[in-house]
Design a protein around this ligand. Structure first.
Ligand SMILES: Cc1cc2nc3c(=O)[nH]c(=O)nc-3n(C[C@H](O)[C@H](O)[C@H](O)COP(=O)(O)OP(=O)(O)OC[C@H]3O[C@@H](n4cnc5c(N)ncnc54)[C@H](O)[C@@H]3O)c2cc1C
Length: 458
């Protein structure tokens, strides 16, 4: 298709992060024009609000990468517009006149903790990972007005992926940092605590959890340490499997030794203890692994706690007007990036590929495991390795799918001048309302003050 014909097509993308920016760039490079609707100020999704803010280098690199893609003459970035709330999906698809709509809205709904009635404690004694990470990453900002949390000693985290290990680190850093300050007048910044680890920090200051009167936090996992997501094996031989399992166990032990949390494997949450309308404990049922399956047995353990953090993965937030098969978007059987029931609606990235808790692609997972096994990169930040690899996979898949979407556009009739003018007018009105001028100016004005910069000014 020649460029001038492409220019007659405007497409909409919902979400501007890893997958949205990649899809937008692929289409824009082919001469198509794209409007990227993003509900937040910044288009960085999980990188900005989910990746713990000590990953400064990785965050900055990935965000810059998104900027390079979105700052394109054929892309109109429209921030602060949530599809499904500010503009209904029906209106976007039926009234705006876009040649196609691509969903790249990720997975932002925490998978509910499967314990009956426990939701009544949500936001109080029950905290979900996405909300906790948002607070942790942004609480230092002078105009922060989100939900405020206080990590409690003795908190219990339910999870089992690498992200849940980051939750353990956040919790242990917060409680030890506070105790050192209040009891000893020692003020250590978060970056140093994360880098050195709790054990070394306590040794340096001749103290211990016990002396500070701290019990520490507990991570409860339904399987064993060896089953954690690094388990992906090099090949199908029993030796490779065993080796990968040993590495996973070793790595978890390293985390436990460095950040001093407790680990309770082979337990699932089944009930809670309540007193005066507050959560006071969680009842766990013991399980066995039978031919790879988690099988509950008749043994129970109660952990007394007034704080439970659920870190069992994220699901796409449902948008009214779209078809879902339980938690996931219903896709066409023959074209797995095309949404069922529409002929011009597509979905890419985590909106379709995320599978709840950390489930990296086998190939990429294997790559990381090989690297760890072969190079013994025990000290490497695993979460960074995992995320980089996962995002590469999301980007690769998005690129391939978007190429196919372009083929589909070729067969669509071009938009009239009137429709194009209406899209331009409507997006201009949204820009004016938000005070948006250019992509660069907007990003520079809206990027929040970074904790590392605040600390270096002290
Ligand atoms: C801490 C952490 C935990 C992770 N856990 C998992 C996991 O459990 N499972 C997994 O598969 N991957 C997980 N990942 C990987 C990561 O989510 C993906 O690799 C990457 O974020 C996917 O990019 P995306 O563009 O598809 O989604 P996202 O990065 O989530 O970006 C989606 C974008 O869409 C925007 N948006 C959402 N809804 C709307 C709307 N209605 N209107 C307008 N804009 C909207 C959002 O604001 C966001 O900018 C995790 C990453 C981190 C950092």
């Amino acid at each position: 298709m020649i460029e001038s014909e492409n220019k007659k097509h405007y497409l909409a993308i919902i979400g501007g992060s890893i997958s949205g920016s990649e899809a937008a760039k692929v289409l824009a490079d082919k001469g198509l024009r794209v409007v990227v609707f993003e509900m937040n100020n910044l288009p960085y999704g999980k990188i900005e609000d989910g990746l713990p803010c000590w990953h400064v280098g990785l965050r900055d690199k990935q965000e810059k990468n998104i900027d390079t893609k979105l700052d394109h003459e054929n892309i109109r970035y429209v921030p602060k517009v949530q599809i499904g709330k500010d503009i209904s999906f029906k209106e976007l698809v039926e009234d705006w006149g876009f040649s196609a709509v691509i969903l790249a809205n990720g997975a932002w709904k925490d998978r509910p903790l499967p314990v009956e009635n426990i939701e009544k404690f949500r936001g109080k004694e029950l905290i979900y990972q996405n909300s906790l990470l948002y607070w942790f990453n942004h609480k230092h900002e002078p105009d922060f007005n989100g939900r405020i949390y206080e990590m409690e000693d003795g908190a219990v985290v339910v999870g089992g992926g690498l992200a849940s290990l980051d939750v353990m680190k956040i919790g242990m850093i917060e409680i030890v940092q506070k105790a050192l300050k209040e009891q000893k007048g020692i003020d250590i910044d978060m970056f140093e605590m994360e880098k050195k680890g709790i054990s070394e920090i306590l040794n340096d200051n001749n103290t211990s959890l016990e002396e500070l009167g701290l019990e520490g936090m507990t991570l409860v996992y339904r399987r064993e340490a060896k089953d954690m997501p690094l388990k992906a094996v090099k090949d199908s031989s029993p030796e490779s499997k065993k080796k990968a399992e040993e590495v996973s166990e070793k790595l978890l032990k390293k985390y436990v030794d460095k950040y001093l949390f407790k680990f309770l494997p082979l337990h699932i949450p089944v009930d809670f203890i309540e007193h005066n309308c507050s959560l006071k404990g969680i009842v766990f049922q013991k399980v066995e692994i039978n031919e790879g399956r988690v099988v509950p047995i008749d043994k129970f353990e109660t952990l007394q706690t007034s704080q439970v953090i659920s870190s069992i993965g994220s699901l796409p937030k449902k948008i009214e007007g779209l078809p879902y098969d339980r938690d996931w978007l219903k896709m066409k059987k023959d074209v797995n990036y095309m949404v069922e029931g529409f002929d011009n609606v597509f979905a890419v990235g985590n909106a379709v590929t995320g599978k709840g808790n950390i489930q990296e692609s086998k190939i990429h997972g294997r790559k990381i495991t090989e690297k760890i096994i072969e190079e013994q990169l025990i000290d490497t930040d695993l979460f960074e390795e995992w995320l980089k690899s996962f995002n590469e996979k999301v980007t690769d898949e998005t690129r391939k799918e978007t190429d196919s979407i372009e083929n589909f556009i070729k067969n669509q009739s071009v938009q009239s001048e009137e429709v194009i003018k209406s899209i331009l007018d409507k997006t201009k009105a949204l820009h004016d309302k938000a005070g948006y001028t250019t992509y660069k100016e907007w990003i520079s004005a809206k990027t929040p003050v970074r904790l590392e910069n605040m600390l270096s000014k002290l």
